[in-house]
Design a protein around this ligand. Structure first.
Ligand code: PEP
Length: 252
C-alpha cells in the first residue's frame, strides 16, 4: 500500500512574511486532516528553520529544494545535507529540471546528491523528465531510463527503497500544459518497470512515483486517480494555500 505524497515546490518565491502566512493558512486548513496522504512543503532555504518550528505540531512535513553532496567545507553559497538534517528537514528535491537546465546539474552530480541525502536519512525526491523535442522524437523512455540508471548508480537495494521519483516532463513545468493522465500514467508505469529491472518487484511496487507539471485544482483529480501515480510535485499551485489544500484532497 503506497501512501500518496503531495509536495509543494515553492521555488524562489515568498519572503518571510509571505512564507509564514502561507504556512499558517495551511496549518489551519489541515488541522483536522486525517486521510492517508503525506503533505510536504519545500520552501526556500531562508524560510526552512522558522517554518520547521511552526509546523512541528501539524501534519505538514518539510523538504528542501536542493543541497550540496558534501557534509561541509569550502563550498561558498552551498547548503549541506548535514545542515538540513540538523534543522529537521525530512525530504529534499534532487535533480529538478530547473537545476539540470539552469545550473548544469549532471547525472553524476545528481547521483552524488542522492547518495548524500540517503546517508543523512533525508528522503530524496529524484526528478526525471524529458524535453518536448525528446518526446517529439519518440525517445522519452530512453531518456528517463538513462536518468534513472545514472542517478541510482552504486546505490544498494536497501537505500533504493527510500527514494521517491517525480516524473516531470520539462514541457509541462510552469507552462500550464500538463501531460494527459494517460501520458503521465504510462511514464510512471515505465519508471516502475525500470526500477524493477534494477532492484526487483518489491522495491518497484512500493516506490512512490509522483507526477509533476502544471498540476492544478482542475486536473489534479484525474491525474491522481491513475494507478501508477502516487501523488504530485506542485510548483505554481502550491503557492496558494486553498489550491494546494484542494489538490491534497484530490489524492487517494
Ligand atoms: C515543479 O516545480 O516541479 C512544477 C511541477 O511546477 P508547476 O506545477 O508550476 O508546473
Amino acid at each position: 500500500m503506497r501512501t500518496p505524497l503531495i509536495a509543494g515546490n515553492w521555488k524562489m518565491n515568498n519572503n518571510m512574511t509571505e512564507s509564514m502566512e502561507l504556512v499558517d493558512n495551511l496549518i489551519q486548513l489541515t488541522k483536522n486532516f486525517n486521510k492517508n496522504v503525506e503533505i510536504l512543503i519545500c520552501p526556500p532555504f531562508t524560510a526552512l528553520f522558522s517554518i520547521k518550528n511552526s509546523i512541528n505540531d501539524s501534519v505538514i512535513k518539510l523538504g528542501a529544494q536542493n543541497m550540496h553532496f558534501e557534509e561541509k567545507g569550502a563550498y561558498t553559497g552551498e547548503v549541506s545535507p548535514m545542515m538540513l538534517h540538523d534543522i529537521g528537514v525530512e525530504y529534499v528535491i534532487i535533480g529538478h529540471s530547473e537545476r539540470r537546465q539552469l545550473f548544469n546539474e549532471t547525472d553524476d552530480l545528481i547521483n552524488k546528491k542522492l547518495k548524500a541525502a540517503l546517508k543523512y536519512g533525508i528522503k530524496p525526491i529524484l526528478c526525471v523528465g524529458e524535453t518536448l523535442g525528446q518526446r517529439e522524437s519518440g525517445i522519452e523512455k530512453s531518456i528517463i531510463k538513462n536518468q534513472i540508471t545514472n542517478a541510482f548508480n552504486d546505490i544498494n537495494d536497501k537505500d533504493s527503497a527510500k527514494v521517491i521519483i517525480a516524473y516531470e516532463p520539462i514541457w509541462a513545468i510552469g507552462t500550464g500544459k500538463n501531460a494527459t493522465s494517460n501520458q503521465a500514467n504510462e511514464m510512471a508505469s515505465f519508471i516502475r518497470k525500470t526500477v524493477s529491472e534494477l532492484y526487483g518487484e518489491l522495491v518497484s511496487q512500493n516506490m512512490i512515483i509522483q507526477y509533476g507539471g502544471s498540476v492544478k485544482v482542475n486536473n489534479a483529480n484525474e491525474i491522481l486517480s491513475q494507478n501508477d501515480i502516487d501523488g504530485a510535485l506542485i510548483g505554481g499551485a502550491s503557492l496558494k494555500a486553498e489550491d494546494f489544500y484542494k489538490i491534497i484532497n484530490s489524492a487517494q
